[in-house]
Design a protein around this ligand. Structure first.
Ligand code: ATP
Ligand code: LTN
Length: 329
């Protein structure tokens, strides 16, 4: 049976190899055998103030990157969140069923708000909007990186809670889909932190649109350790393990084979080879991105996606309004 797949990426610039290996790669794998909907979650992006002009450009960048990595609008629905009003509407309904206590425990909120009294309420409600994104399409499967586990659990809790109150057929209870390798790519300058778009040091990440010189600099300068052994050991050798993971997923070579191949060989050679592998993987994406971003078709693709997404969303919204006794239409 084909499953409904839903996921989203924020249009915040700097889409990096962590986003690609943890999430976007799964999006592409899933689109052949499933009913996939992929969103550019611009409403999530404004939880932190954004320059409107830059936001618009970033939305188009992510859309072009979606297509450049291999998403096909003939197979998947690709659209911008704020073009479908059901996201905000369902978020409100879910907020009325979410507890302030459970939202206070979300680690992303704790990290980003840093206990400030003036943190925007949107930052606090962010995981509820994410739950709305997912539940709005009766999604079965949500491909994401490991950092989203807690938000997926909350989505499931909310769906089950509402189903218990308003009837089992109100929401489909979704499942997260996490890859064995790539689900958590770490920062190159600090392998104890996840690679992030918002980290200050640009050498902490490799963005999908970085040129070869930047890729080289980030990898050659990446933090490793001093024992000189190329071995996968997350606890004692997090830096080398992270580089091995990146090498393995870009080259398709199992980590065990890489360990054998690099036995007795120093970090310099290993890193040089990883530069080649990474540049080789990203060059075609960059080239396709430039073509797609400049073509006039991108906006039409997104408009068409929004129409199709809206149709799917309205089916669920009619059911939900009805269950809650909202509206009279
Ligand atoms: P930030 O790092 O600034 O918090 P983000 O990259 O987590 O932003 P999104 O653009 O919304 O935010 O993430 C898109 C997808 O990429 C999500 O599925 C997320 O789980 C995944 N992802 C993010 N960082 C990593 C990472 N370091 N490794 C693997 N997957 C990741
Ligand atoms: N919260 C996610 C982005 C996101 C998402 C979604 C992912 C928003 N809505 C729905 C999957 C499904 C993040 O910060 N990475």
């Amino acid at each position: 049976m084909t499953k409904r797949v839903f996921s989203g990426v924020q249009p915040t610039g700097n889409i990096h190899i962590g986003n690609y290996l943890g999430a976007l790669k799964q999006f592409v794998q899933l689109q052949d055998d499933n009913d996939c909907i992929y969103c550019i979650v611009d409403l999530h992006a404004i939880t932190v103030p954004k320059d409107p002009k830059i936001l618009r450009e970033n939305i188009l960048d992510v859309a072009a990157l979606y297509l450049a990595v291999g998403l096909d609008p003939e197979k998947s629905i690709i659209f911008v969140q704020s073009d479908v009003s059901g996201h905000a509407e369902l978020a409100w309904i879910l907020m009325c069923n979410a507890y302030t206590g459970e939202l206070s425990r979300m680690t992303q909120f704790k990290d980003k708000s840093r206990n400030s009294e003036s943190a925007p309420t949107g930052l606090f409600a962010y995981p509820v909007l994410m739950a709305a994104d997912i539940l709005l399409y009766d999604s079965d499967v949500v491909p994401v990186g490991n950092d989203q586990k807690q938000h997926i659990e909350l989505t499931r809790d909310l769906a089950i809670r509402v189903n218990n109150k308003y009837g089992d057929d109100t929401f489909v209870v979704p499942e997260g889909r996490f890859l064995k390798e790539g689900a958590r790519i770490m920062a190159l300058d600090d392998p104890t932190a996840k690679m992030s778009k918002s980290a200050e040091n640009p050498l902490s990440r490799i963005s999908l649109l970085d040129d070869d010189a930047k890729i080289k600099k980030a990898i050659m300068k990446s933090t490793t350790d001093s024992d000189g052994l190329i071995r996968f050991d997350l606890e004692n050798k997090p830096g080398v393990s992270n580089l091995l993971t990146i090498y393995s997923v870009f080259s398709g070579t199992p980590i065990a084979d890489l360990e054998k191949q690099y036995e007795g060989i120093g970090y310099g050679t290993f890193k040089n080879d990883l530069v080649e592998v990474t540049s080789g993987a990203l060059a075609p994406i960059r080239k396709r991105f430039e073509e797609i971003r400049l073509s006039g078709e991108l906006i039409d693709t997104l408009k068409d996606g929004a129409e199709r997404a809206n149709e799917a969303a309205e089916i669920v919204m009619r059911r939900v309004r009805n269950k809650f006794g909202l509206g009279v239409r």
